[in-house]
Design a protein around this ligand. Structure first.
Ligand code: ADP
Ligand code: ZN
Length: 588
C-alpha cells in the first residue's frame, strides 16, 4: 500500500464517521411541532385531536392537513385517564429498543474504528500480535511436491550452474547421507544473473527434482510501509517452511530487502533493516535437520549487504549467465519441443542471430512463433522464427540488452583489441576470458587474472594496464575507421589511472614525488597548485597516455593477423578462454 492509499483510507474513515455522528443527532423528523401539555389536553378534550400515539411519555399525532405534532406528557401513566371518556383513540407503543441498539452501535462504531487504526499503527515491531493479523502473513506462494513439474532437463544452456545445484538436490532427497558424513550443506544459495536467465526456473527445478514443496516470494513483498510487517512476514515464511520441510524457499529479487544497510537514507530504511535482520536471524537459527534450503535470486549482487553473504547464510553463490551461442541453441530446442516445428529448422543459425537474448527472451520468441502459426495453421518454419525474433527484439519492454550483428562485430574487435595488447605485453596479467555476451551495461568483457595476488603495483604493470585499456578503442579505430561510445568506460579508467600515477604515486619524473589531490572544499590537503603546476600535471598525464597509446597501436598493427583470427573465433563462440587463445599466440 502506498502513501496515497493510506491517506485515502484515513479520509474515508473520517468522512464516514462524520456522517454517522450527524445522523445520530438528526433522529427526529425536522417538521415535528411541539405543543405544550395543557394545550394538548384541551384539544383532546374538545375533540380536536381524535387519535394519538404514546411512546414512553411522548404523545405524537398528525393533523388532518398532514402536520406532525408532539407533546410531552407527565411521566405518570395516570395522566392518560382523563382522556378515556373523550372518545379519543390512544395507541401505546413500547419504547423502541431496536432503535437504542442502533444508537449505541452508532456511538461505538467510530470509537472502534479509531481503536482499529491505533492498533494498526502501533503494533510494535517484532510484536506477537503481528501473527494474528493478515499483514504479517508471508504472502508466499506454495507449489506442493506433486505439482513441482519442472526438472533440470527443462533448464538448458546453463550446465555449470546446474552442476553446482545437483548436490543440493541430493541432500534434499537423502539428507542422512550428508548428516552422517558430517558435511555442512549450505542453507542459502544465491543465484546471480541478469533478468530472464532462468533463476526462478532453476530453483523450481531443484524442488521438482528433489520432490519437495517450493515456496516462492519476491523480496519486494517483504517491504511495506508499516514497520515490523516485513520482519513478521519473514518469520511467518520460515515457520511455514519448517512445517513443510524438507522444502525450498525461493526469494526472488532479494536485493529489495538485502540492499546494503545504511546505503541510501530515505524513509522505509528502518523497515528494510529490520526485515533484513530478521532474515539473518532466521537463517542463523537453521539447523541441518531443518532440511530447508533458501534459494535467492538477484541481478545486483554488488548492492547486497555483506552480512547476507557470510558463511552459514548465502555462502553458495551460483552465477547464472546469459547464454552463449551453444546455450541459446539448447534453450531454443527445449522450448521447441512443446510446439510444432518443421523438421528443417536450422537452430544453429537462429542461435547465432540472437546474440544477447536471455532464456526468457528465447522462450518468448518460440511462443511468438507459435502464436503466429496458431492463427494460420501448420507448423513453425524458419521464417516464422525470424519474424518472431524481430518482434522480440523490438518489444517495448526490453529488460536485458539485445544487440545487433553489427554491434556484436564491433564489440568483438574491441574486446580482442584489449586482449591482444595484454597478451603481447610481457608482464601483463594473463588474459583469462574474453566474452561478447552483454552483461549489465557492458557489451563485452576481457578478464585478466593475475598469476598471484598483488598488493602493490609497479610502474610497468600500471603502464601495461594503460596500454591494455586503450587497446579496445584502437582496434575499433583501426578496423572501422571510427570509434563508438562503447569505449567510454575505458577512457574514463585510462584518465583516472594516468592521473593517479602522476598525482598520487609520484610516477612522473617531471612532477616528482608529490601528491596533488583534487581539492575537496576548504582546508583540503595538498600543496597549493599554481596554474602553471596544473598545466604541467596535465601535460604529464597526457604524455603518459600518449606513450601508452603509441605502444598499444604498435602491438595491434604488428599482429593484425592474430587479431582477425581471434575475432573470428570470438564471434563464433562468443566466449573464449585462455585455452582457446593459446594456440594463436607465439610465446614471447
Ligand atoms: P529469472 O528468474 O532469472 O528472471 P526465469 O527463471 O523467470 O528468469 O525465466 C523466465 C522464463 O524464461 C522461464 O520460465 C523459461 O521459460 C525461460 N528460460 C529462462 N532461462 C531458461 C533456460 N536456461 N532454459 C530454458 N528456459 C529458460
Ligand atoms: Zn573496452
Amino acid at each position: 500500500m502506498n502513501l496515497f492509499y493510506k491517506n485515502l483510507t484515513i479520509w474515508l474513515i473520517i468522512g464516514l464517521t462524520g456522517i454517522l455522528v450527524l445522523n445520530l443527532f438528526k433522529g427526529q423528523p425536522s417538521n415535528t411541532h411541539t405543543m405544550p401539555y395543557t394545550e394538548f389536553a384541551k384539544k383532546v378534550n374538545t375533540g380536536v385531536i381524535t387519535h394519538f400515539t404514546v411512546t414512553k411519555n411522548i404523545a405524537t399525532w398528525q393533523t388532518s392537513n398532514g402536520k406532525n405534532f408532539r407533546s410531552v406528557l407527565p411521566a405518570n401513566p395516570a395522566t392518560l385517564a382523563p382522556f378515556m371518556n373523550s372518545g379519543v383513540k390512544i395507541d401505546i407503543t413500547p419504547e423502541r429498543e431496536a432503535n437504542w441498539l442502533l444508537k449505541s452501535i452508532a456511538i461505538w462504531f467510530p470509537v472502534l474504528i479509531l481503536l482499529g487504526i491505533w492498533f494498526f499503527f502501533m503494533r510494535k515491531p517484532g510484536g506477537q500480535n503481528g501473527k494474528a493479523m493478515a499483514f504479517g502473513k508471508s504472502k508466499a506462494q506454495l507449489v506442493d511436491r506433486q505439482d513441482s513439474k519442472v526438472r533440470f532437463s527443462d533448464v538448458a544452456g546453463i550446465d555449470e550452474a546446474k552442476e553446482e545445484l545437483v548436490e543440493i538436490v541430493d541432500f534434499l532427497k537423502d539428507p542422512t547421507k550428508f548428516t552422517e558424513a558430517g558435511a555442512r550443506i549450505p542453507t542459502g544459495v544465491l543465484l546471480h544473473g541478469e533478468p530472464g536467465t532462468g533463476k526462478t526456473l532453476l530453483a523450481k527445478a531443484i524442488a521438482g527434482e528433489a520432490g519437495v514443496p517450493f515456496y516462492s516470494i519476491s523480496g519486494s513483498n517483504f517491504v511495506e510501509m508499516y514497520v515490523g510487517i516485513g520482519a513478521s512476514r519473514v518469520r511467518d515464511l520460515f515457520a511455514e517452511g519448517k512445517k513443510k520441510a524438507p522444502c525450498i524457499i525461493f526469494i526472488d529479487e532479494i536485493d529489495a530487502v538485502g540492499r546494503h544497510r545504511s546505503s541510501g537514507n530515505t524513509g522505509g530504511n528502518d523497515e528494510r533493516e529490520q526485515t533484513l535482520n530478521q532474515l539473518l536471524v532466521e537463517m542463523d537459527g537453521f539447523e541441518i535437520n531443518d532440511k530447508i534450503i533458501i534459494v535467492a535470486a538477484t541481478n545486483r549482487i554488488d548492492i547486497l549487504d555483506q552480512a547476507l553473504l557470510r558463511p552459514g547464510r548465502f555462502d553458495r553463490q551460483v552465477v547464472v549467465p546469459v547464454p552463449d551461442i551453444l546455450g541459446r541453441e539448447q534453450i531454443l530446442k527445449v522450448h521447441a519441443e512443446k510446439v510444432n516445428t518443421e523438421d528443417n529448422i536450422d537452430w544453429k543459425t537462429i542461435a547465432k542471430g540472437t546474440p544477447g537474448f536471455s532464456g526468457a527472451e528465447l522462450a518468448n520468441m518460440i511462443n511468438e512463433a507459435a502464436l503466429m502459426v496458431a492463427r494460420r495453421g501448420g507448423k513453425i518454419s524458419n521464417e516464422d522464427l525470424d519474424i518472431a525474433k524481430d518482434k522480440v527484439m523490438m518489444g517495448a519492454e526490453r529488460r536485458s540488452m539485445i544487440i545487433t550483428e553489427e554491434e556484436k562485430k564491433v564489440t568483438a574487435y574491441h574486446e580482442i583489441g584489449h586482449a591482444l595488447v595484454a597478451l603481447m605485453l610481457p608482464g601483463a596479467d594473463p588474459v583469462h576470458k574474453v566474452s561478447i555476451i552483454p552483461r549489465g551495461k557492458a557489451l563485452g568483457i576481457t578478464m585478466q587474472l593475475p598469476e598471484t595476488e598483488k598488493h602493490s603495483h609497479s610502474y610497468s604493470h600500471l603502464f601495461n594496464n594503460l596500454c591494455t585499456l586503450l587497446g579496445g578503442r584502437l582496434a575499433e579505430e583501426i578496423i572501422f575507421g571510427e570509434i563508438t561510445t562503447g569505449s567510454g568506460n575505458d577512457i574514463e579508467r585510462v584518465t583516472d589511472l594516468a592521473s593517479r600515477m602522476v598525482c598520487e604515486w609520484g610516477m612522473s619524473k617531471e612532477i616528482g614525488p608529490m601528491v596533488f589531490k583534487q581539492p575537496e572544499g576548504f582546508g583540503a590537503a595538498g600543496p597549493i597548485m599554481s596554474e602553471s603546476t596544473m598545466l604541467r600535471i596535465n601535460d604529464e598525464i597526457r604524455a603518459l597516455i600518449d606513450k601508452a597509446h603509441i605502444k598499444a597501436r604498435k602491438i595491434i598493427e604488428e599482429n593484425m593477423d592474430t587479431m582477425e583470427k581471434l575475432t573470428e573465433l570470438l564471434l563464433e563462440k562468443e566466449t573464449i578462454s585462455r585455452a582457446d587463445i593459446a594456440p594463436f599466440i607465439t610465446p614471447h
